[in-house]
Design a protein. Sequence first.
Lengths: 192, 255
Amino acid sequence: MRMEDDAADVTAARGGDEDAYRRLVERHSRNVFRLAYRMTRSEHDAEDVVQNAFIKAFRRLEHFESRSNFGTWLHRIAANCAYDVLRTQKRRQREEPLEPDPANPEARALPSLGPSPDRLAESADVRARVARAMSRLSPLERSAFVMRHDQGLSIREIGVALGLDTSATKHSIFRAVRKMRVALEPVSEVAS
Amino acid sequence: MNGHLTEEDLLLLHYGELVDAEAAERHLLACDACSAAREALLGDLAALENDAIPERGDDYGAAVWARVQPGLRPPTRLFGMTPRQFAMPAAMAATIVLAFFVGRVTHVAPPSPTPPPQIVEREVVRERILVVAVGDHLEKSRMVLVELSHAGNGKRKVNIAAEQQWAENLLANNRLYRQTAVRAGENKVASVLDDLERLLVEVASGPSELTAEEVATLRKRIDSGGLLFKVKVLGSQLRGRERAPGHDASPKVIS
Protein backbone atom coordinates (compact mmCIF):
# COMPACT_ATOMS: atom_id res chain seq x y z
CA MET A 1 0.00 0.00 0.00
CA ARG A 2 2.76 2.38 1.05
CA MET A 3 4.73 1.76 -2.14
CA GLU A 4 1.65 2.43 -4.25
CA ASP A 5 1.02 5.61 -2.27
CA ASP A 6 4.60 6.65 -2.88
CA ALA A 7 4.41 5.97 -6.60
CA ALA A 8 1.22 8.03 -6.97
CA ASP A 9 2.64 10.87 -4.90
CA VAL A 10 5.93 10.89 -6.82
CA THR A 11 4.03 11.15 -10.11
CA ALA A 12 1.89 13.98 -8.74
CA ALA A 13 4.91 15.78 -7.22
CA ARG A 14 6.72 15.61 -10.55
CA GLY A 15 3.73 17.34 -12.06
CA GLY A 16 4.14 20.20 -9.58
CA ASP A 17 1.76 19.01 -6.85
CA GLU A 18 3.47 20.30 -3.71
CA ASP A 19 0.90 18.62 -1.49
CA ALA A 20 1.94 15.24 -2.87
CA TYR A 21 5.55 15.94 -1.97
CA ARG A 22 4.42 17.00 1.51
CA ARG A 23 2.85 13.55 1.94
CA LEU A 24 6.10 11.87 0.90
CA VAL A 25 8.04 14.01 3.38
CA GLU A 26 5.62 13.24 6.19
CA ARG A 27 5.62 9.52 5.39
CA HIS A 28 9.41 9.08 5.28
CA SER A 29 10.79 11.69 7.71
CA ARG A 30 11.15 9.45 10.72
CA ASN A 31 12.99 6.70 8.90
CA VAL A 32 15.30 9.18 7.21
CA PHE A 33 16.01 10.70 10.61
CA ARG A 34 16.88 7.28 12.04
CA LEU A 35 19.32 6.66 9.22
CA ALA A 36 20.81 10.15 9.53
CA TYR A 37 21.22 9.80 13.26
CA ARG A 38 22.81 6.35 12.97
CA MET A 39 25.38 7.85 10.67
CA THR A 40 26.04 11.25 12.24
CA ARG A 41 25.45 10.41 15.94
CA SER A 42 24.18 13.94 16.44
CA GLU A 43 20.56 15.13 16.52
CA HIS A 44 21.50 18.50 15.14
CA ASP A 45 23.45 17.06 12.19
CA ALA A 46 20.77 14.44 11.59
CA GLU A 47 18.12 17.17 11.32
CA ASP A 48 20.24 19.00 8.75
CA VAL A 49 20.69 15.77 6.80
CA VAL A 50 16.93 15.13 6.79
CA GLN A 51 16.22 18.60 5.46
CA ASN A 52 18.94 18.52 2.79
CA ALA A 53 17.98 15.01 1.69
CA PHE A 54 14.35 16.00 1.03
CA ILE A 55 15.37 19.16 -0.82
CA LYS A 56 17.87 17.25 -2.96
CA ALA A 57 15.37 14.47 -3.62
CA PHE A 58 12.81 17.03 -4.79
CA ARG A 59 15.29 18.53 -7.25
CA ARG A 60 16.17 15.09 -8.58
CA LEU A 61 12.64 13.73 -8.78
CA GLU A 62 12.77 13.70 -12.57
CA HIS A 63 15.73 11.27 -12.38
CA PHE A 64 13.85 8.86 -10.13
CA GLU A 65 12.86 5.68 -11.96
CA SER A 66 9.20 4.97 -11.32
CA ARG A 67 9.70 1.22 -10.93
CA SER A 68 12.18 1.76 -8.08
CA ASN A 69 11.32 2.05 -4.42
CA PHE A 70 11.10 5.71 -3.44
CA GLY A 71 12.12 4.97 0.16
CA THR A 72 15.31 3.18 -0.92
CA TRP A 73 16.16 5.95 -3.38
CA LEU A 74 15.56 8.63 -0.75
CA HIS A 75 17.65 6.78 1.84
CA ARG A 76 20.50 6.59 -0.61
CA ILE A 77 20.38 10.38 -1.03
CA ALA A 78 20.19 10.82 2.75
CA ALA A 79 23.14 8.47 3.28
CA ASN A 80 25.19 10.52 0.85
CA CYS A 81 24.20 13.75 2.61
CA ALA A 82 25.22 12.20 5.95
CA TYR A 83 28.49 11.02 4.47
CA ASP A 84 29.19 14.59 3.28
CA VAL A 85 28.50 15.86 6.81
CA LEU A 86 30.91 13.29 8.28
CA ARG A 87 33.63 14.18 5.82
CA THR A 88 33.21 17.90 6.53
CA GLN A 89 33.39 17.19 10.26
CA LYS A 90 36.53 15.18 9.81
CA ARG A 91 38.10 18.07 7.92
CA ARG A 92 37.12 20.49 10.69
CA GLN A 93 38.32 18.11 13.40
CA ARG A 94 41.76 18.30 11.88
CA GLU A 95 41.65 22.05 12.39
CA GLU A 96 39.97 22.13 15.81
CA PRO A 97 38.95 19.44 18.31
CA LEU A 98 35.26 18.57 18.12
CA GLU A 99 33.11 19.74 21.02
CA PRO A 100 30.71 17.15 22.46
CA ASP A 101 27.13 17.43 21.20
CA PRO A 102 25.15 18.79 24.19
CA ALA A 103 22.06 16.97 22.94
CA ASN A 104 23.89 13.65 22.96
CA PRO A 105 26.97 13.76 25.14
CA GLU A 106 27.42 10.01 25.30
CA ALA A 107 28.00 9.64 21.59
CA ARG A 108 31.18 11.68 21.52
CA ALA A 109 32.42 12.13 25.05
CA LEU A 110 32.10 8.82 26.80
CA PRO A 111 34.30 8.36 29.83
CA SER A 112 37.23 6.11 29.16
CA LEU A 113 36.88 4.17 32.43
CA GLY A 114 35.51 0.65 32.05
CA PRO A 115 32.01 0.15 33.48
CA SER A 116 31.32 -2.16 36.43
CA PRO A 117 29.86 -5.68 35.83
CA ASP A 118 26.47 -4.51 37.14
CA ARG A 119 26.33 -1.66 34.68
CA LEU A 120 27.33 -3.99 31.85
CA ALA A 121 24.07 -5.80 32.28
CA GLU A 122 22.05 -2.67 31.69
CA SER A 123 20.87 -2.02 28.22
CA ALA A 124 21.76 1.64 28.61
CA ASP A 125 25.36 0.60 28.80
CA VAL A 126 25.09 -1.54 25.72
CA ARG A 127 23.61 1.44 23.93
CA ALA A 128 26.46 3.60 25.14
CA ARG A 129 28.95 1.05 23.89
CA VAL A 130 27.28 0.89 20.52
CA ALA A 131 27.29 4.69 20.37
CA ARG A 132 30.96 4.77 21.27
CA ALA A 133 31.81 2.04 18.79
CA MET A 134 29.94 3.84 16.02
CA SER A 135 31.58 7.17 16.79
CA ARG A 136 35.00 5.56 16.50
CA LEU A 137 34.43 4.40 12.96
CA SER A 138 35.78 6.51 10.13
CA PRO A 139 33.16 8.31 8.00
CA LEU A 140 33.68 5.76 5.26
CA GLU A 141 33.39 2.74 7.55
CA ARG A 142 30.31 4.11 9.29
CA SER A 143 28.59 5.02 6.03
CA ALA A 144 29.35 1.68 4.39
CA PHE A 145 28.25 -0.24 7.47
CA VAL A 146 24.98 1.67 7.99
CA MET A 147 24.13 1.43 4.30
CA ARG A 148 24.69 -2.33 4.36
CA HIS A 149 23.41 -3.22 7.81
CA ASP A 150 20.55 -0.78 8.29
CA GLN A 151 19.55 0.04 4.76
CA GLY A 152 20.16 -3.37 3.21
CA LEU A 153 21.96 -1.90 0.19
CA SER A 154 24.14 -4.33 -1.72
CA ILE A 155 27.91 -3.96 -1.65
CA ARG A 156 27.82 -2.92 -5.29
CA GLU A 157 25.22 -0.22 -4.60
CA ILE A 158 27.22 1.08 -1.65
CA GLY A 159 30.36 1.18 -3.78
CA VAL A 160 28.55 3.27 -6.38
CA ALA A 161 27.18 5.63 -3.72
CA LEU A 162 30.54 6.11 -2.01
CA GLY A 163 32.70 6.00 -5.12
CA LEU A 164 34.57 2.83 -4.12
CA ASP A 165 35.28 -0.43 -5.88
CA THR A 166 33.73 -3.63 -4.55
CA SER A 167 36.83 -4.75 -2.69
CA ALA A 168 37.30 -1.41 -0.90
CA THR A 169 33.59 -1.36 0.00
CA LYS A 170 33.75 -4.86 1.46
CA HIS A 171 36.83 -3.99 3.49
CA SER A 172 35.22 -0.83 4.87
CA ILE A 173 32.34 -2.96 6.13
CA PHE A 174 34.67 -5.65 7.49
CA ARG A 175 36.74 -3.07 9.37
CA ALA A 176 33.59 -1.45 10.77
CA VAL A 177 32.23 -4.75 12.07
CA ARG A 178 35.58 -5.77 13.52
CA LYS A 179 35.98 -2.47 15.39
CA MET A 180 32.46 -2.65 16.74
CA ARG A 181 32.86 -6.22 17.89
CA VAL A 182 36.02 -5.26 19.77
CA ALA A 183 34.14 -2.39 21.42
CA LEU A 184 31.34 -4.76 22.38
CA GLU A 185 33.60 -7.52 23.65
CA PRO A 186 33.03 -7.04 27.40
CA VAL A 187 29.27 -7.16 26.78
CA SER A 188 29.58 -10.40 24.85
CA GLU A 189 31.81 -11.93 27.50
CA VAL A 190 29.39 -11.11 30.31
CA ALA A 191 26.43 -12.28 28.28
CA SER A 192 28.08 -15.62 27.52
CA MET B 1 34.60 -25.73 0.92
CA ASN B 2 38.18 -26.02 2.16
CA GLY B 3 39.02 -24.94 5.70
CA HIS B 4 37.01 -22.88 8.15
CA LEU B 5 34.94 -19.83 7.42
CA THR B 6 36.48 -16.46 8.21
CA GLU B 7 34.64 -13.62 9.92
CA GLU B 8 34.38 -11.97 6.49
CA ASP B 9 32.82 -15.12 5.00
CA LEU B 10 30.29 -15.29 7.82
CA LEU B 11 29.44 -11.62 7.43
CA LEU B 12 28.96 -11.90 3.67
CA LEU B 13 26.86 -15.02 4.23
CA HIS B 14 24.68 -13.12 6.70
CA TYR B 15 24.19 -10.31 4.19
CA GLY B 16 23.48 -12.77 1.40
CA GLU B 17 26.56 -11.76 -0.57
CA LEU B 18 28.82 -14.79 -0.21
CA VAL B 19 29.56 -16.30 -3.60
CA ASP B 20 29.45 -19.94 -2.52
CA ALA B 21 26.73 -19.69 0.12
CA GLU B 22 25.54 -23.27 -0.28
CA ALA B 23 28.96 -24.75 0.45
CA ALA B 24 29.30 -22.44 3.45
CA GLU B 25 25.94 -23.59 4.85
CA ARG B 26 26.98 -27.23 4.41
CA HIS B 27 30.23 -26.52 6.22
CA LEU B 28 28.39 -24.83 9.08
CA LEU B 29 26.23 -27.91 9.58
CA ALA B 30 29.34 -30.03 9.99
CA CYS B 31 31.64 -27.64 11.89
CA ASP B 32 30.91 -26.68 15.49
CA ALA B 33 33.66 -24.05 15.62
CA CYS B 34 32.36 -22.15 12.61
CA SER B 35 28.79 -22.55 13.80
CA ALA B 36 29.75 -21.03 17.17
CA ALA B 37 31.61 -18.23 15.41
CA ARG B 38 28.49 -17.48 13.40
CA GLU B 39 26.35 -17.39 16.55
CA ALA B 40 28.78 -14.98 18.18
CA LEU B 41 28.81 -12.73 15.12
CA LEU B 42 25.01 -12.67 14.89
CA GLY B 43 24.83 -11.93 18.63
CA ASP B 44 27.10 -8.91 18.20
CA LEU B 45 25.20 -7.69 15.16
CA ALA B 46 21.98 -8.02 17.16
CA ALA B 47 23.54 -5.95 19.97
CA LEU B 48 24.18 -3.21 17.42
CA GLU B 49 20.44 -2.92 16.94
CA ASN B 50 20.34 -1.75 20.54
CA ASP B 51 21.33 1.73 19.48
CA ALA B 52 19.84 4.70 21.29
CA ILE B 53 18.17 6.67 18.54
CA PRO B 54 16.19 9.69 19.76
CA GLU B 55 12.48 9.25 19.14
CA ARG B 56 10.56 11.57 16.90
CA GLY B 57 6.84 12.14 17.50
CA ASP B 58 3.92 11.76 15.13
CA ASP B 59 4.07 15.43 14.20
CA TYR B 60 7.70 15.14 13.13
CA GLY B 61 6.81 14.84 9.44
CA ALA B 62 4.89 18.11 9.56
CA ALA B 63 7.81 19.82 11.31
CA VAL B 64 10.23 18.56 8.64
CA TRP B 65 7.89 19.76 5.90
CA ALA B 66 7.82 23.24 7.45
CA ARG B 67 11.61 23.36 7.16
CA VAL B 68 11.82 21.73 3.74
CA GLN B 69 9.10 23.66 1.91
CA PRO B 70 10.96 27.03 1.65
CA GLY B 71 13.89 25.19 0.01
CA LEU B 72 11.58 23.91 -2.74
CA ARG B 73 10.63 27.37 -3.92
CA PRO B 74 11.47 28.07 -7.51
CA PRO B 75 14.84 29.75 -7.87
CA THR B 76 14.89 33.53 -7.70
CA ARG B 77 14.28 35.15 -11.04
CA LEU B 78 16.95 37.48 -12.30
CA PHE B 79 16.35 39.34 -15.54
CA GLY B 80 12.86 37.84 -15.40
CA MET B 81 14.31 34.39 -16.16
CA THR B 82 14.85 31.21 -14.19
CA PRO B 83 18.41 29.81 -14.21
CA ARG B 84 17.43 27.24 -16.82
CA GLN B 85 15.87 29.84 -19.13
CA PHE B 86 18.92 32.01 -18.68
CA ALA B 87 21.39 29.23 -19.35
CA MET B 88 20.08 28.56 -22.85
CA PRO B 89 20.86 31.89 -24.59
CA ALA B 90 24.08 32.27 -22.61
CA ALA B 91 25.29 28.82 -23.59
CA MET B 92 24.48 29.53 -27.23
CA ALA B 93 26.37 32.80 -27.09
CA ALA B 94 29.31 31.06 -25.46
CA THR B 95 29.37 28.40 -28.16
CA ILE B 96 29.30 31.01 -30.92
CA VAL B 97 32.10 32.94 -29.25
CA LEU B 98 34.20 29.83 -28.92
CA ALA B 99 33.55 28.83 -32.52
CA PHE B 100 34.68 32.26 -33.77
CA PHE B 101 37.87 32.23 -31.73
CA VAL B 102 38.74 28.66 -32.55
CA GLY B 103 38.43 29.79 -36.16
CA ARG B 104 40.80 32.68 -35.50
CA VAL B 105 43.38 30.47 -33.83
CA THR B 106 43.30 27.62 -36.35
CA HIS B 107 42.94 29.66 -39.52
CA VAL B 108 46.38 30.16 -41.08
CA ALA B 109 46.37 33.01 -43.54
CA PRO B 110 49.35 33.88 -45.73
CA PRO B 111 51.24 36.89 -44.41
CA SER B 112 49.95 40.10 -45.84
CA PRO B 113 50.89 43.66 -44.98
CA THR B 114 47.26 44.81 -45.00
CA PRO B 115 44.56 42.19 -44.37
CA PRO B 116 41.63 42.26 -46.78
CA PRO B 117 38.57 44.17 -45.52
CA GLN B 118 36.44 41.01 -45.01
CA ILE B 119 39.03 39.59 -42.53
CA VAL B 120 39.16 42.84 -40.59
CA GLU B 121 35.37 42.86 -40.46
CA ARG B 122 35.30 39.24 -39.23
CA GLU B 123 37.76 40.10 -36.45
CA VAL B 124 35.58 42.99 -35.37
CA VAL B 125 32.50 40.75 -35.30
CA ARG B 126 34.33 38.11 -33.23
CA GLU B 127 35.48 40.62 -30.70
CA ARG B 128 32.08 42.23 -30.51
CA ILE B 129 30.47 38.86 -29.75
CA LEU B 130 32.97 38.20 -26.97
CA VAL B 131 32.42 41.67 -25.58
CA VAL B 132 28.62 41.37 -25.61
CA ALA B 133 28.54 37.82 -24.23
CA VAL B 134 31.09 38.38 -21.48
CA GLY B 135 29.53 41.71 -20.54
CA ASP B 136 26.16 40.01 -20.14
CA HIS B 137 27.73 37.14 -18.19
CA LEU B 138 29.51 39.56 -15.84
CA GLU B 139 26.32 41.48 -15.16
CA LYS B 140 24.52 38.28 -14.19
CA SER B 141 27.46 37.17 -12.06
CA ARG B 142 27.51 40.55 -10.35
CA MET B 143 23.86 40.16 -9.39
CA VAL B 144 24.51 36.72 -7.89
CA LEU B 145 27.50 38.08 -5.95
CA VAL B 146 25.35 40.91 -4.62
CA GLU B 147 22.65 38.42 -3.58
CA LEU B 148 25.26 36.30 -1.80
CA SER B 149 26.81 39.34 -0.12
CA HIS B 150 23.46 40.21 1.39
CA ALA B 151 22.36 36.65 2.13
CA GLY B 152 21.02 35.92 5.56
CA ASN B 153 20.90 39.41 6.98
CA GLY B 154 22.01 38.28 10.44
CA LYS B 155 20.08 34.97 10.45
CA ARG B 156 21.64 31.98 12.22
CA LYS B 157 21.12 29.69 9.22
CA VAL B 158 20.91 30.83 5.63
CA ASN B 159 19.57 28.82 2.71
CA ILE B 160 21.44 29.76 -0.48
CA ALA B 161 19.99 26.96 -2.65
CA ALA B 162 18.69 29.44 -5.26
CA GLU B 163 21.97 31.36 -5.49
CA GLN B 164 23.78 28.03 -5.66
CA GLN B 165 21.76 27.01 -8.68
CA TRP B 166 22.59 30.32 -10.35
CA ALA B 167 26.27 29.81 -9.61
CA GLU B 168 26.14 26.32 -11.09
CA ASN B 169 24.58 27.63 -14.30
CA LEU B 170 27.06 30.49 -14.59
CA LEU B 171 30.01 28.20 -14.01
CA ALA B 172 29.95 26.32 -17.32
CA ASN B 173 29.76 29.53 -19.34
CA ASN B 174 32.40 31.18 -17.19
CA ARG B 175 34.86 28.41 -18.06
CA LEU B 176 34.12 28.79 -21.74
CA TYR B 177 34.50 32.58 -21.68
CA ARG B 178 37.72 32.38 -19.67
CA GLN B 179 39.26 29.90 -22.13
CA THR B 180 38.09 32.04 -25.03
CA ALA B 181 39.52 35.19 -23.44
CA VAL B 182 42.87 33.43 -22.93
CA ARG B 183 42.91 32.34 -26.58
CA ALA B 184 41.99 35.83 -27.69
CA GLY B 185 44.82 37.31 -25.62
CA GLU B 186 42.34 39.20 -23.40
CA ASN B 187 44.47 38.56 -20.32
CA LYS B 188 42.76 41.01 -18.01
CA VAL B 189 39.33 39.66 -18.87
CA ALA B 190 40.64 36.10 -18.34
CA SER B 191 42.08 37.06 -14.96
CA VAL B 192 38.77 38.43 -13.65
CA LEU B 193 36.92 35.39 -15.00
CA ASP B 194 39.46 33.15 -13.28
CA ASP B 195 38.84 34.82 -9.90
CA LEU B 196 35.11 34.63 -10.49
CA GLU B 197 35.30 30.96 -11.41
CA ARG B 198 37.00 30.03 -8.12
CA LEU B 199 34.18 31.63 -6.19
CA LEU B 200 31.46 30.09 -8.35
CA VAL B 201 32.99 26.64 -7.85
CA GLU B 202 33.09 27.19 -4.11
CA VAL B 203 29.44 28.25 -3.97
CA ALA B 204 28.15 25.60 -6.39
CA SER B 205 29.90 22.70 -4.67
CA GLY B 206 29.34 23.86 -1.09
CA PRO B 207 26.40 23.18 1.21
CA SER B 208 23.00 24.79 0.45
CA GLU B 209 22.62 25.89 4.03
CA LEU B 210 25.23 28.07 5.64
CA THR B 211 25.75 29.26 9.18
CA ALA B 212 26.10 32.99 9.84
CA GLU B 213 29.88 32.45 10.19
CA GLU B 214 30.08 30.65 6.85
CA VAL B 215 28.14 33.48 5.19
CA ALA B 216 30.55 35.98 6.72
CA THR B 217 33.49 33.97 5.34
CA LEU B 218 31.86 33.86 1.91
CA ARG B 219 31.25 37.61 2.04
CA LYS B 220 34.90 38.10 2.91
CA ARG B 221 35.88 35.97 -0.10
CA ILE B 222 33.70 38.11 -2.35
CA ASP B 223 35.19 41.30 -0.92
CA SER B 224 38.77 40.08 -0.82
CA GLY B 225 40.71 41.34 -3.81
CA GLY B 226 37.66 43.43 -4.70
CA LEU B 227 36.06 40.71 -6.84
CA LEU B 228 32.67 42.36 -6.89
CA PHE B 229 34.28 45.67 -7.81
CA LYS B 230 36.38 44.10 -10.56
CA VAL B 231 33.37 42.34 -12.03
CA LYS B 232 31.37 45.56 -11.96
CA VAL B 233 34.12 47.70 -13.54
CA LEU B 234 34.99 45.17 -16.23
CA GLY B 235 31.30 44.67 -17.01
CA SER B 236 30.72 48.38 -17.50
CA GLN B 237 33.90 48.77 -19.57
CA LEU B 238 32.83 45.94 -21.84
CA ARG B 239 29.44 47.55 -22.24
CA GLY B 240 31.29 50.77 -23.17
CA ARG B 241 33.25 48.89 -25.83
CA GLU B 242 30.04 47.32 -27.04
CA ARG B 243 28.48 50.75 -27.64
CA ALA B 244 31.57 52.28 -29.27
CA PRO B 245 31.31 52.03 -33.09
CA GLY B 246 35.00 51.38 -33.82
CA HIS B 247 35.89 50.34 -30.34
CA ASP B 248 39.31 49.95 -28.85
CA ALA B 249 40.39 46.32 -28.67
CA SER B 250 41.89 46.03 -25.21
CA PRO B 251 40.11 46.76 -21.94
CA LYS B 252 42.08 49.23 -19.84
CA VAL B 253 40.94 47.94 -16.56
CA ILE B 254 41.54 45.86 -13.51
CA SER B 255 44.87 45.95 -11.90
